[in-house]
Ligand binder design. Structure first.
Ligand SMILES: Nc1ncnc2c1ncn2[C@@H]1O[C@H](COP(=O)(O)OP(=O)(O)OP(=O)(O)O)[C@@H](O)[C@H]1O
Length: 607
């Protein structure tokens, strides 16, 4: 049975408590308080607040207008009717402008906030190779891509829409509570055969009603928080599994793995379906209560004012006015209850982002704790007392001392799994587990080639110049380089945008990587089985070309083939458990079955 990885950021906090609002504040504050665009952000926020409050003010005027209008109708006052039509036209025009701008400014704020949040999260994700260390420390399980692409947008959007909803609720409350209080004075409450006048009666009704509604909404709606949380995660898992098929389409096709893939998709989709079904069932339950409460709220003020109206103590306009005022006050009190499902979604998004931030911070701390490798810039590679470890603490290389000067060529050998690639990662500065001292020319002057080259999306030109080749490099130079690495047949396609990592054979991709060495001319080049997919004559030809064209470039290669011997002057052998030794190039160590002194047969594996 498959065990899904759990998300390190899963929240136990399922309530709208202080901890939750602290998280919101932590996510929201930097944009408005510290960012470079804080003044634009504050101006937009002020615009949103002003237009929201303006809308509420106009609503208040319209409520008063209702009173006059219905009274004009009831008294057959034609002149008053036309005058009030004119008043309404003015009020409605202002309301339209405010409402359009309120929505526009809110969206603009969302968009800019999202851009800033995305930029900030991307910087932290990419800085100090956190994206890589999340995998190494096994902390990157829950789809960081989805958090950056979707959750940040939802956070900005939900926060600003719930904020302006809340603001409008408060403004409505402030605007209408006084009116409702005054109007309540005329409401008659018949009780026990006696007519009572309760000060602010309808305000109390609205408040108690909203409290009851919120209590029910919280009880019924709270599970929506974790259902929303899991829905997003399960959907992202499902999408990611589809993406993996796209990336590995050829391998799956060759294995004929469609049935397995299908079963995997079905299983993941079942999770999406199951959770979504629970979510809509819960939403349905929520809607039952929500609809019930909102329908009853419509008739409450009429029920309350009916006795006074039928006793002819108040006119029809009063009834309409009190219904509108009650609707506004009650709607304001019950804002949270009415929008509880959006609040639950917002909670889920905040939990996910808090989890993501927590993972980033944990990785940053682990990076600091794990790495005690001092790195210095120098003119040559010098390694002193270097220990390399695995995440579990096992020693891969112990106390390595090594010096490789300009133009020198060192071959690193050893049985599979003894840590050759891990040593390369430490030298490249991306492996955090180890201690010791490394001196190397700065990063622009060293180039590391992994076994599987990375070809970015875009043109072949882009791929050749990745990551730091000058965009001004003339095409003729690129033609020469392609020709030199045996890719002359691709010259005509230099500007074509294709899925190059799928189109080119692994050997061709390794040639592209060698082309990068020619273009960047580093002082140190580290080749981790970077020519392993090539046939031996081609591998020989490429090494020969590198040594001839870049005689001053030091070369540190990892490889298993004996063909590499001819192109190196020294050999570092790792034999596992942290052991290492510098051996003569012709020496085959006894633990690999060799005699210990004989040179290997020309094409025999070096292991
Ligand atoms: N991210 C990781 N987490 C845990 N262990 C790892 C990780 N990466 C590598 N290892 C382990 O470290 C050990 C050394 O791996 P490494 O890839 O450096 O070996 P290698 O000598 O380059 O092997 P090969 O010759 O097969 O390429 C292996 O046991 C491997 O399983």
């Amino acid at each position: 049975m498959e065990h899904y990885r759990t998300d390190a950021g899963v929240s136990a906090n399922q309530r709208f408590n202080r901890a939750f609002f602290r998280d919101v504040w932590r996510l929201a504050k930097p944009y408005f308080a510290e960012s470079g665009e804080r003044w634009q952000a504050r101006a937009l926020l002020a615009g949103v607040i002003l237009t929201t409050v303006g809308q509420v003010y106009i609503s208040l005027r319209i409520t008063n207008w209702y009173n006059s209008f219905y009274n004009a109708l009831q008294t057959y006052d034609s002149a008053g009717f036309w005058r009030l039509m004119g008043v309404f036209a003015v009020l409605a025009s202002i309301y339209i402008v405010l409402s359009v701008y309120q929505s526009y400014l809110t969206q603009l704020l969302d968009l800019r906030w999202r851009r800033w949040l995305t930029g900030t999260f991307l910087s932290r994700y990419l800085s100090a190779r956190t994206y890589y260390h999340m995998e190494v420390f096994k902390r990157g399980q829950d789809n960081p891509d989805q958090r950056i692409a979707d959750d940040l947008s939802s956070f900005a959007q939900l926060t600003s829409s719930l904020f302006s909803g809340m603001l409008s609720a408060i403004a409505n409350l402030v605007a209408f509570i006084g009116l409702l209080w005054v109007l309540s004075a005329k409401v008659i409450v018949p009780w026990g055969g006696v007519e009572h006048h309760i000060p602010g009666f309808l305000v109390w009704v609205a408040l108690l009603y909203a409290v009851a509604w919120t209590w029910v909404a919280a009880r019924v709606g709270n599970p929506l928080i974790h259902l929303n949380y899991h829905q997003q995660r399960l959907q992202a898992d499902f999408r990611f599994s589809l993406m993996r098929l796209r990336e590995n389409s050829e391998a799956v096709a060759l294995y004929g793995g469609e049935a397995k893939e299908r079963a995997n998709f079905d299983r993941r989709f079942d999770h999406v379906f199951g959770n979504y079904k629970r979510l809509i069932l819960r939403q349905k339950r929520f809607n039952w209560f929500s609809s019930y409460f909102s329908q009853v709220a419509i008739i409450l003020p009429f029920l309350a004012a009916a006795s006074a109206y039928f006793a002819k103590a108040v006119p029809l306009g009063f009834l309409m006015q009190i219904s509108s005022a009650f609707g506004n006050v009650q709607g304001a009190f019950a804002y949270i209850a009415q929008s509880y499902d959006s609040f639950a979604n917002w909670h889920a998004v905040v939990d996910r982002l808090r989890g993501f931030l927590g993972i980033i911070e944990a990785v940053e701390t682990l990076q600091l704790d794990a790495s005690q490798v001092e790195r210095h810039t120098g003119s040559r590679l010098k390694v002193a007392a270097l220990d390399v470890r695995l995440p579990g603490g096992q020693v891969v290389v112990s106390g390595l001392n090594l010096e490789v000067g300009p133009g020198e060529r060192l071959l690193v050998t050893g049985p599979s799994g003894t840590g050759k690639s891990t040593l390369m990662r430490v030298l490249a500065g991306i492996w955090p587990f180890g201690k010791g001292r490394i001196e190397l020319p700065d990063s622009g002057k060293s180039l590391f080639l992994p076994q599987k080259p990375y070809l970015p999306m875009g043109s072949l030109r882009n791929a050749l110049l990745y990551p730091s080749g000058s965009p001004a490099t003339p095409d003729t130079r690129l033609f020469d380089v392609l020709d030199a690495v045996g890719l002359a047949h691709l010259i005509a396609q230099l500007g074509d945008v294709e899925p190059w990592s799928q189109m080119l054979s692994l050997g061709e991709q390794q040639r592209v990587a060698i082309a990068r060495v020619l273009l960047q001319q580093p002082r140190y080049v580290f080749l981790d089985e970077a020519t392993s997919a090539l046939d031996e004559p081609s591998e020989r030809a490429l090494y020969l070309m590198l040594t001839e064209l870049l005689p001053q470039t030091a070369m540190i290669s990892v490889g298993h083939r004996s063909t590499l011997i001819a192109f190196h002057q020294r050999r570092l052998h790792l034999s596992g458990g942290g052991r290492w030794e510098e051996l003569p190039l012709t020496h085959v160590p006894p633990d690999t079955g060799g005699s210990g002194v004989t040179a290997p047969a020309p094409d025999a594996p070096l292991i």
